[in-house]
Design a protein around this ligand. Structure first.
Ligand SMILES: Nc1ncnc2c1ncn2[C@@H]1O[C@H](COP(=O)(O)OP(=O)(O)O)[C@@H](O)[C@H]1O
Ligand SMILES: [Mg+2]
Length: 309
């Protein structure tokens, strides 16, 4: 479900076009299936959104696996996963978040506590993903993390343990019929992070301009290139500017440097906004305000990029 003005942002509709759309659904015989009026706000239901998504050819044909990675901490990985998971599920896409980080920040934000069981148990083979996923809200599920996740690398590097990095996540989510799988990672190039990258369609690397470190970003690019070369995969890398402040004089110079690195720079600039800090405590970003609007523009870019695949 999405309110009228947010539908306008995502589908790039003018006020007039939104009025026409809303009227079209309101005129249907079973209109309550499509549109809801709550006081002065007009809401498009999932059925209405599914129809618009179909018309705009924004359906994804197969599960899109996206790993959010940067070997630096505090760059906005978890915030990106949480805001995109929420926005995609609001639009009616089925979304699974996999938390691989033993710190379990994503898990705590989404379900208020660490997982009792976690991704560790799935990789160890004692639990299946379908037994362990928990529903966070409508169309949004989570495979939680807990401190056991710090031992996933021990499992993966054990000589008796065989696995194919390029299919670790693919096999895990097989049969779950998700539209998007978003993998949150710890700040490192651990084996589980490399395997998540290797089994992804895309990698999003958040880059905060406030704490600029071009070397780190180059490393992410090199990791993706070398996986693509070794495993003959075609994993796409997107850089995402986070914590963007217009008044920072060097910001545009820094952006032009990112453009020189192998990978695609996303157009959306996620602003530096206190709303993100609040969101990690309260569980979700408010669905209004500048920060939220930019996350919705980012959702559009991600969907368009995935539809092209
Ligand atoms: N765009 C932003 N503007 C301001 N603060 C942000 C933004 N994105 C994230 N933060 C805050 O910065 C801190 C680190 O973000 P987080 O998403 O947890 O990064 P990571 O997962 O890479 O460690 C958190 O306190 C978060 O609320
Ligand atoms: Mg994090």
């Amino acid at each position: 479900m999405l309110n009228r003005s947010n539908v306008g942002i995502f589908f790039d509709k003018t006020k007039g076009q939104l009025d026409t759309l809303f009227k079209e659904f309101s005129d249907k015989e079973d209109s309550s299936k499509y549109v809801i009026r709550k006081g002065s706000s007009k809401i498009f239901s999932n059925d209405a959104l599914a129809e618009i998504i179909e018309r705009e050819s924004l359906n994804v044909n197969k599960t899109q696996i996206i790993t959010v990675a940067n070997q630096k901490g505090g760059v906005g990985k978890t915030s990106t996963v949480i805001s995109q998971a929420r926005n995609l599920s609001d639009l009616g896409y089925k979304v699974l978040v996999i938390d691989t980080d033993a710190q379990a920040n994503t898990t705590r934000t989404l379900i208020g506590e660490k997982g009792e069981a976690s991704l560790y148990d799935i990789i160890e083979g004692t639990k299946r993903a379908s037994d362990l996923i928990c529903e966070v809200r409508d169309r949004l599920w989570l495979i939680p993390a807990n401190s056991d996740c710090s031992r996933i690398d021990m499992l993966l590097t054990d000589p008796t343990f065989t696995y194919n990095p390029a299919s670790l996540i693919v096999d895990m989510v097989d049969g779950l019929e998700m539209d998007f799988v978003l993998v949150d990672t710890s700040p490192s190039f651990s084996s589980v992070n490399i395997a998540s990258i290797a089994s992804s369609d895309r990698v999003i690397c958040p880059v905060p301009l406030a704490e600029w470190e071009i070397d780190g970003v180059e490393q992410v690019s090199k990791v993706v290139s070398s996986i693509n070369a070794r495993l003959k995969t075609d994993i796409k890398l997107d850089f995402l500017i986070t914590m963007f402040a217009k008044n920072e004089t060097t910001a545009y110079e820094q952006i032009s440097k990112i453009k020189e690195i192998d990978g695609n720079l996303l157009n959306t600039l996620i602003p530096n906004a206190s709303a993100f800090r609040k969101a990690q405590k309260s569980g979700m970003l408010e669905n209004r305000g500048l920060a939220y609007k930019e996350t919705l523009r980012l959702t559009k870019e991600i969907v368009v990029n995935c539809v092209g695949n």
